[in-house]
Ligand binder design. Structure first.
Ligand SMILES: NC(=O)c1ccc[n+]([C@@H]2O[C@H](COP(=O)([O-])OP(=O)(O)OC[C@H]3O[C@@H](n4cnc5c(N)ncnc54)[C@H](OP(=O)(O)O)[C@@H]3O)[C@@H](O)[C@H]2O)c1
Length: 289
């Protein structure tokens, strides 16, 4: 079996560390993680003990990056969102010089320009860099992670309140990050992943269904406030991810306007792949027997 040498920039983080473990569980990968010299990540020792090769880098030094990326077949970026704009182009150029074959840039969110603009200053920049470097790419798009549903998507569990834009009856796509990482590890082996934009979802739901499911699993009643749809609403250019109200409003509109997820679903790239339903996730989140 040919072993794929995969390197994850930002692989010590929330998504990246899960992805590193998924590559190991999938098999057929040698897994490396790029981590800053002064990284505070608590995941590094655990990853090391699971056989991940941790490479400390100074992203401002080209020679350091070149050394770190030599031998890599596929470079995946799972960097913190504020670091993406500056570091991804540098990584792509170093990857080209190091002989890396393919880039998986840090997407892992909705594909629409409305939502992309909220997170990225120039959402087309990375596509241009990859094209100029003439590297292969695989880009993964998905909806909001299950994990964030009860934190930053307008459902205030503590105060048992939810703000819904419009009627809340439009379906939108959701993903369990544990499903997404397993899917990435499996689908990167498929020829269909070469130079492809891939949409993946664990499930889809509407706001009202989501609230009802949370009420059932948490055993609480949630007060729902409906905001009328403002036709002059425009998505913000870049937003502070810690501003839960602003994120909730952007998400409410993206759900109402049907731009909260991938443009199409390509789960069939891995035909027998089993996803986690929202019900299963919420049952474990609220610790049901
Ligand atoms: N669809 C969704 O709902 C959703 C939700 C969350 C995230 N995401 C996606 O997943 C990506 C990763 O998110 P995450 O939550 O896993 O990120 P994270 O854990 O906050 O950060 C990932 C890693 O980035 C590195 N990093 C942090 N700040 C940096 C900086 N200033 N410069 C360079 N590196 C830095 C750190 O690695 P070292 O310290 O080891 O260098 C960190 O462990 C996001 O960018 C986004 O695309 C999607």
């Amino acid at each position: 079996m040919t072993i794929i040498n995969v390197t994850i920039a930002g692989g010590s983080g929330n998504l990246g560390s899960k992805l590193a473990r998924a590559f190991i569980a999938e098999g057929g990968y040698k897994v490396n993680v790029l981590s800053r010299t002064d990284s505070q990540s608590k995941n590094l020792d655990n990853l090391r003990s699971q056989g991940v090769n941790i490479i400390t880098v100074d992203y401002s030094r080209d020679d350091d990056l070149l050394r770190a990326l030599r031998g890599t077949d596929i470079l995946v970026c799972t960097l913190y969102y504020t670091a993406i704009g500056e570091l991804q182009p540098v990584l792509v150029r170093a990857a080209k010089l190091a002989g890396v074959r393919r880039i998986v840039p840090c997407d892992f969110m909705a594909e629409s320009s409305e939502v992309q603009a909220v997170m990225h200053k120039d959402m087309h920049a990375i596509g241009r860099e990859i094209a100029e470097a003439q590297l292969e790419y695989t880009r993964y798009y998905c909806g909001v992670f299950y994990e964030y549903l009860t934190t930053s998507v307008s459902i205030d569990l503590e105060n048992r309140k939810a703000t819904v834009v419009g009627k809340g009856d439009k379906p939108f796509s959701l993903v369990h990050d544990e499903d997404l990482v397993r899917f990435i590890a499996a689908s990167l082996k498929s020829p269909r992943s070469k130079n492809a934009r891939i949409g993946f979802e664990s499930s889809s739901t509407t706001y009202l269904e989501l609230i009802a499911a949370i009420e059932k699993h948490a055993g609480i009643e949630i007060q729902v406030k409906h905001l009328p749809v403002d036709p002059s609403f425009s998505f913000a250019d870049e937003i502070d991810i810690k501003d839960a109200d602003a994120i909730g409003l952007q998400f409410g509109y993206s759900a109402e306007l049907g731009v909260a997820g991938p443009n199409r679903i390509d789960n069939d790239i891995c035909p027998s792949f089993r996803t986690t339903s929202l019900d299963e996730y919420l049952a474990s989140r609220f610790n049901e027997k």
